[in-house]
Design a protein around this ligand. Structure first.
Ligand code: SUG
Length: 416
């Protein structure tokens, strides 16, 4: 068994659009009504996966879910009197942000020695709450080997669970036992706190984690109010390193101490507010980065292009590289189509520690399959979707046919 980290990126679906559905997600609400470019969006996603493969990292993918979702459409009795936002919800391509697909506890952390996955219920928003049954179906296929994986049902409502976006893991190396950190929000602020404390505890129990190796931390209400609707917008972890904004947690010192008590080797790389304000961190998504260990053992931070364009953020990054800390490289990637909906490089991927030989190979990427994805996307994904196109019957047919073409190309017709 060779356990390695594999990033499963969500392929951007053919119905990708800007409907401004997520209250508290400032990018998404600011771009409400813009024309989207699904083909460009999906190609940006494939380019990111290719770049990560070129770094020597394990890469997989998850498929877009069926949209428009006719079951939800029927359940909501959608007609011309229903609000546009509900019509847009059934078209949402939000499953592209696979950091919200599930919480994953790697095998070395779990009592039964299997890797446990709980699909996120995403109950805070209707366009996201529709995802989990299809996500669960897909995860059960990708991780079908029951000796190695346990794919659970979601946490019951009303406890909102947003998956890996509010979960971090510290370890000496990915294949070693880890300390799992769950970050929840307290309700009552101007924007929804999407991760409920009891959802986090439920996932930890469900995954049979050692309570001594679990830490529960409250997200800073100020960060949620500033637009950090998920913890992965203000912090990210990899192996021994926590990369966080000074204002990420409600009790900053208490949070670091609690993690250090369970994981003494912790190294904190903190960005002070006087170098990069919370607002600038959220605008550029500096922390919605992929913090990865390269085959050389060095750590790299894969950040959105927007970080290079921000003087404050880029100065800070250059200073960090010069200071000889644990993060040795900063690599910008262009995922602007996703960024405009509040999804950076880290939102687009679900981290799974597994032996690639135990994963359904149809979901693993190599160069030839990346070529195939580009060909199908280039041929079938719509060039543009304007708000007025949502609900259009001909476009709905095209969107369904595009997904179907992808399933056939990948020999995954059973997900149809
Ligand atoms: O849930 N955007 C997503 C972005 C998710 C980002 N994920 C992480 N931070 N891990 C969300 O808010 C916008 C869709 C729209 O408005 O049409 C949206 O759902």
């Amino acid at each position: 068994m060779t356990l390695v980290e594999i990033n499963f990126d969500g392929i951007v679906g053919p119905s990708h659009n800007y409907a401004g559905l997520s209250l508290g997600n400032l990018a998404a609400t600011a771009h409400k009504g813009d024309t989207s470019h699904p083909r460009a969006a999906a190609l940006q996603g494939v380019a990111k996966m290719r770049a990560n493969m070129a770094l020597g990292l394990g890469q997989g993918f998850l498929l877009p879910l069926p949209r428009p979702n006719s079951e939800l459409e029927a359940a909501l009795f959608l007609d011309e009197t229903a609000p546009a936002q509900l019509h847009a919800a059934v078209w949402s391509a939000s499953s592209m942000w696979t950091a919200n697909a599930a919480t994953v506890s790697p095998a070395p952390d779990c009592e039964d020695g299997r890797c446990h996955l709980t699909p996120a219920n995403l109950v805070s928003m209707v366009h996201r709450a529709q995802e989990w049954p299809d996500t669960q179906r897909q995860l059960a296929l990708v991780f079908a080997d029951k000796r190695t994986f346990a794919v659970h049902g979601p946490v019951p409502p009303t406890f909102g669970d947003e998956g890996a976006a509010n979960h971090m893991r510290f370890c000496e190396s990915h294949d070693a036992p880890g300390v799992e950190v769950f970050v929840y929000g307290r309700p009552g602020g101007i924007f929804p706190a999407r991760q409920h404390e009891q959802a986090s505890h439920t996932v930890a129990r469900k995954h049979s984690l050692d309570p001594e190796r679990c830490v529960f931390i409250e997200q800073n209400p100020e960060a949620i109010a500033a637009g950090a609707f998920h913890n992965d917008v203000v912090s990210v972890a990899n192996e021994r390193v926590l990369f966080a904004h000074e204002q990420a947690f409600a009790d900053r010192k208490g949070a670091y101490e609690a993690i250090r008590a369970a994981f003494p080797a912790l190294e904190v790389v903190e960005v002070p507010a006087n170098a990069v304000s919370l607002e600038e961190a959220i605008r550029t998504y500096l922390f919605n980065a992929q913090l990865v260990t390269l085959p050389s053992g060095e750590m790299a931070l894969v950040v959105p292009e927007e970080c290079r364009e921000s003087e404050a953020v880029w100065n800070w990054c250059e200073g960090m590289l010069a200071s000889n800390g644990p993060i040795r490289k900063v690599i910008p990637v262009d995922v602007r189509q996703s960024m405009a909906n509040g999804g950076g490089p880290a939102c687009l991927r679900l981290r799974v520690v597994a032996d690639p030989a135990t994963v359904d190979p149809r979901f693993l990427l190599d160069e030839a399959k990346a070529d195939l994805l580009e060909t199908v996307i280039g041929k079938h994904w719509p060039d543009a979707i304007a708000p007025a196109d949502i609900g259009n019957a001909a476009l709905a047919r095209d969107v369904r046919a595009a997904r179907q073409a992808l399933l056939e190309a990948l020999d995954l017709a059973e997900l149809g």
